[in-house]
Design a protein around this ligand. Structure first.
Ligand code: UDP
Length: 488
């Protein structure tokens, strides 16, 4: 059967160094994109290279975006070459720069409407003109290059208005990574564009504003070298850090692979699989050992069916190591459950497997616990978590905003309107405290709310304090250069 992103077959990704990749070829990627266009939902397509790994290792928001991408292509030789050490081999390197012109040809045949966003002024239009000359049936419904600005302060209203008017099926966003992925994630719930894809410098290559490395270099996996020689000032540092990241990651994983397996923790309880755990809305199950993507698809289906509206506590059968497809099942289920406001918890992995999960940053994707009492505590906490921010007035004239467990693009407007409505109705507060102690995760949309709050407080001379930022939230604030929030 042909793999399919929406039918579930082939949708289990392979997790390599913390990023879940789909096992695609150029041809199957185009088929998957067709499916996403037909789904009429707002989906994210990403192509990750080694630089994405380094960025995601330091940026929990970027890692979350990559966990959540609906199609993830491997746009880098190292991952394709190394994939067979961790499970099945990735079929092919699917680069953003190659898929963009192919997608234009495919869209012309299928009648998909394209929108080109980003690159320097004029470049997107130039690329569109060149592609239309090659494929006269191509329907480019809009091209727009906004002024350069960071993702948090960038003015996006004009773009959103254009998308509303031109109704593209596919939007190609050339802002460079991670800005393009963050921008898409910040706004995609507001639009009806089925497919949004970050394409880096692809429009520059089509327009001839930048030259790609010669084909022989691409074939030898040396495209990065050609790019670096053409632009050493900008790229030498990036590639050096990327190489150091890869060496560090390989040595960390090797050290874990040869370490002692460690003791296994207490079995959860004697309840048969699928039975409600300790009277809570949770079921527990063993995840089978898996070797192939077909096995992984079947196992994901089995566990999905059986978690059936409940939280899922999973015990991996493999205690020595988890390969890329076993990790893929965990990442896929964690993402599906999170979207339904449920939780995946990995219970009692061996010490070695736990170290493997942490080294790949997967503790950002699901919780890991080793004692039954901790599982219960964790589930109780989740159940009690506020879904949206509460505004309270602890004393006359003072205002406290309690941030939710996750402050993201999906609930930012709700939290913002609650606070500012209170502000409007009750007048300028004497002081404002923002309590982030329950907040595990924030994205750029959430950060833009905190920045807006700070600006408003400064303008109206309201003393403002933030408290309770977790290490993860602090890290996200720092990588987005919003340290001003930590000073309050
Ligand atoms: N770019 C942009 N807005 C920005 C930053 C970059 O439109 O704020 C454009 C830039 O002009 C270029 C593209 O993003 O056309 C890709 O940049 P880069 O080469 O850094 O991307 P990469 O392919 O390395 O991800």
């Amino acid at each position: 059967m042909t793999p399919s992103v929406t039918r579930g077959k082939g949708s289990v990704p392979m997790v390599l160094f913390g990023i879940p990749y789909h096992n695609l070829t150029f041809a199957s990627t185009l088929e998957w994109i067709d499916e996403l266009v037909a789904s009429e939902q707002s989906k994210l397509v990403a192509t990750a290279n080694l630089d994405f790994h380094r960025v995601a290792a330091e940026d929990p928001e970027m890692q979350r975006i990559l966990f959540d991408a609906d199609i993830m292509m491997a746009d880098g030789f190292p991952m394709v070459k190394l994939s067979s050490l961790f499970g099945p081999r990735l079929k092919e390197r699917v680069t953003g720069s190659d898929i963009t012109p192919m997608l234009a040809e495919h869209a012309a045949r299928k009648g998909h409407r394209l929108f080109f966003l980003g690159a320097a002024p004029g470049v997107a239009q130039q690329a569109a003109d060149i592609l239309i000359e090659k494929h006269p049936d191509l329907n480019v419904v809009g091209c727009y290059s906004p002024e350069k600005a960071d993702v948090i302060t960038m003015k996006s209203e004009v773009i959103l208005q254009q998308l509303e008017e031109t109704k593209p099926d596919i939007m190609l966003v050339a802002f460079g990574a991670p800005k393009q992925e963050k921008w898409i994630q910040m706004h995609r719930h507001t639009w009806k564009v089925p497919v949004s894809m970050g394409i880096g410098g692809s429009l520059d290559f089509i327009a001839g504003a930048q030259l790609r490395s010669p084909v022989w270099m691409q074939k030898l996996g040396l495209e990065w070298l050609g790019r670096m020689l053409a632009n050493p000032k900008r790229l030498a540092g990036r590639y050096l850090y990327d190489a150091l990241y890869l060496l560090g990651a390989i040595s960390r994983l090797t050290a874990i692979r040869v370490s002692a397996r460690g003791k296994l923790s207490t079995p959860l309880d004697e309840a048969p699989e699928g039975k409600t755990l300790l009277g809570m809305e949770s079921v527990h199950a063993r995840m089978k050992s898996l070797k192939t993507l077909d096995e992984a698809d079947l196992e994901a289906d089995r566990l999905r069916e059986f978690s059936d509206g409940k939280n899922l506590v999973l015990m991996p059968e493999s205690t020595g190591w988890l390969n890329s497809v076993e990790l893929g099942v965990l990442v896929l289920l964690a993402r599906e459950l999170r979207k339904q406001n449920r939780t995946l918890l990995v219970y009692a992995p061996s010490r070695r497997v736990e170290r493997l999960l942490n080294a790949q940053g997967l503790h950002q994707c699901f919780a890991i616990e080793n004692k039954p009492s901790d599982v219960i505590r964790r589930m109780e906490l989740r159940a009690a978590e506020a879904i949206s921010g509460a505004v309270t007035a602890p004393e006359a004239g003072a205002l406290t905003l309690v941030l939710p467990a996750e402050l993201t693009a999906t609930n930012k407007e709700q939290v913002s309107s609650r606070l500012f409505t209170h502000w409007r109705e009750n007048g300028r507060p004497r002081k404002l405290s923002v309590d982030a102690s329950a907040t595990r995760f924030i994205d750029c949309a959430g950060l833009s709310l905190l920045v807006a709050l700070k600006n408003r407080a400064d303008e109206e001379d309201v003393p403002l304090s933030f408290s309770g930022f977790s290490a993860t939230v602090k890290q996200i604030i720092k990588v987005n250069n919003q340290d001003q929030l930590l000073e309050k």
